[in-house]
Design a protein around this ligand. Structure first.
Ligand code: FAD
Ligand code: PYC
Length: 430
């Protein structure tokens, strides 16, 4: 299909989906005739770009390749259902308060995109800038916090220090008794930080990419990456061989597996990361509070569930589940800091597999194989980066050269030693 035809189809799809007549028709016919938000595409023989991984980052990459770079002969291959990986498993915290200049540039680029993303995708992502507060529980953390806040502000990113009384005013359910095992000594707040609806991010990008003619192919597992000499030629999948001039791997916890398919080894470990929600209760907290020292964080979803998360499990695994002691440890801390938590029931716990780099920073990089690119290593904190990651990765794939934001995150940093150590900003331990 030509680019013009795809453009015309995108316009027609929009008119069909969003017109008042369509709304009225669907309201009166029992909502039975909504058009699918994206086509259930079957693989074609060849594509200019194949993206492996239909999470937020992969879908965003496809969307920006199409919308910014005019490359529309693209397939996104997802072994399960889109957003069924970490995109649909995370606790949706968004912020850009990182220590080093390179990370500040990357995560702030993402946050700026978040600020206009619902409009850009014409999809309500429920992006809510309710603020993200990080607590300090010791003298050491207080000093570290001053350094961090100064660095963040020097990069033009909002960050402010709060004392315990100010924290209590912002978060009435918190216990600021100085006798606690981990007393609240202070904290720093990024007011522009917040949350978004994670599934909506996958759906919004999928629909927008589909409007540009991108084929989104679910239940399509990549089983091998083929190359001739040092150039990729395509991928083997459970739906057959698909030719590709360029391949972008955006498979989060399974990045190491994909790299091995191409004969590469990444400096990555894959570990379970767990979270849970309580039964829904009336609104009790309208910001996000993180506490790195005790490995727990809390927010409240729009449905009323308390959303609580822990640090990573200590062992490597590809099972999307973690161990009970991590949950118990996190809940002990939660009950101490927020006593009302002891009176709500746990509704659901789950885990995802996160891919962590030795410096707790991502990889956005070309490889030694022509046409093969990796976007991975986001560890416990890639949801917040979704739009920025897709935007710069699309740019890398389209131009075959990294832009200024992506360049520091190339694989070559593990040879040169120019690591970007963001363990302190990771929010949860890993
Ligand atoms: P994914 O959404 O995992 O997408 C990768 C996709 O690749 C998957 O759908 C997978 O099925 C597919 N895939 C893998 N192998 C293949 C193959 N061979 N063939 C085809 N498809 C394949 N980050 C934050 O910023 N804030 C948070 O609050 C936060 N909380 C988190 C809480 C938990 C419990 C977890 C697990 C993670 C959290 N994260 C958070 C991290 C964040 O979820 C991830 O960094 C981010 O979602 C990664 O997005 P992605 O699109 O790269 O990965
Ligand atoms: O990166 O902000 C973060 C985060 C919070 C919970 C998990 N990751």
């Amino acid at each position: 299909m030509s680019a013009i035809n795809r453009g015309v189809r995108a316009l027609k799809n929009s008119a069909k989906r969003y017109s008042l007549a369509a709304l009225a028709r669907n309201a009166f016919n029992g909502h039975n005739q909504w058009t699918e938000a994206w086509r259930n595409a079957k693989p074609r023989e060849a594509y200019d770009v194949v993206i492996i991984g239909g999470g937020g980052h992969g879908l965003a990459t496809a969307y920006y390749l199409a919308s910014v770079h005019g490359i529309r002969n693209i397939a996104v291959l997802e072994k399960g259902w889109i957003g069924g990986g970490n995109t649909g498993r995370n606790t949706t915290i968004i912020r850009s308060n990182y220590l080093w200049d390179e990370s500040a540039a990357l995560y702030e680029h993402a946050l700026k995109l978040w600020e206009g993303l619902s409009q850009d995708l014409n999809f309500n992502l429920m992006f809510s800038q309710r603020g993200v507060l990080t607590l300090a529980h010791s003298e050491h953390e207080m000093k570290e916090m001053s350094r961090r806040v100064n660095a963040i502000r020097l990069n033009g990113i909002d960050s402010e220090v709060l004392n315990p009384m100010e924290i209590k005013a912002l978060v009435p359910i918190i216990d600021i008794n100085p006798g606690l095992r981990y007393p609240v000594m202070g904290g720093f707040l990024q007011k522009r930080g917040g949350t978004a609806r994670h599934d909506a991010v996958a759906w919004g990008y999928a629909r927008a990419a589909d409007d540009f003619g991108v084929d989104i192919i679910q239940n399509c597992a990549v089983t091998a990456i083929r190359r001739e000499g040092d150039q990729v030629t395509g991928v083997e999948t459970n739906q057959g061989f698909i030719k590709a001039a360029k391949i972008g791997c955006v498979a989060s916890g399974h990045s190491g597996v994909l790299a091995a398919m191409a004969g590469l080894r990444l400096p990555i470990e894959s570990r379970p990361l767990q979270a849970l929600v309580s039964e829904p209760i009336k609104p009790v907290i309208d910001t996000v509070v993180m506490s790195n020292a005790v490995h727990m964080y809390i927010s409240q979803s729009d449905k009323g569930e308390l959303v609580l998360g822990a640090g990573t499990d200590a062992y490597n695994s590809y099972a999307q589940r973690g161990s009970l002691p991590i949950i118990e440890h996190m809940l002990e801390a939660a009950v101490e800091l927020y006593p009302i938590v002891s009176r709500v029931r746990v509704l659901r716990t789950w885990g995802g597999i996160v891919d962590t780099c030795p410096d707790a920073s991502p990889i956005i990089s070309k490889t030694s194989i022509k046409g093969l690119y990796f976007n991975c290593g986001w560890g416990t904190g890639g949801f917040k980066a979704t739009p920025g990651s897709g935007h710069v990765f699309a740019d890398l794939i389209a131009r075959d050269t990294p832009n200024a934001i992506a360049a520091p995150f190339a694989l070559s940093r593990f040879e040169s030693g120019h690591l970007i150590d963001e363990h302190g900003a990771a929010g949860v331990a890993h």
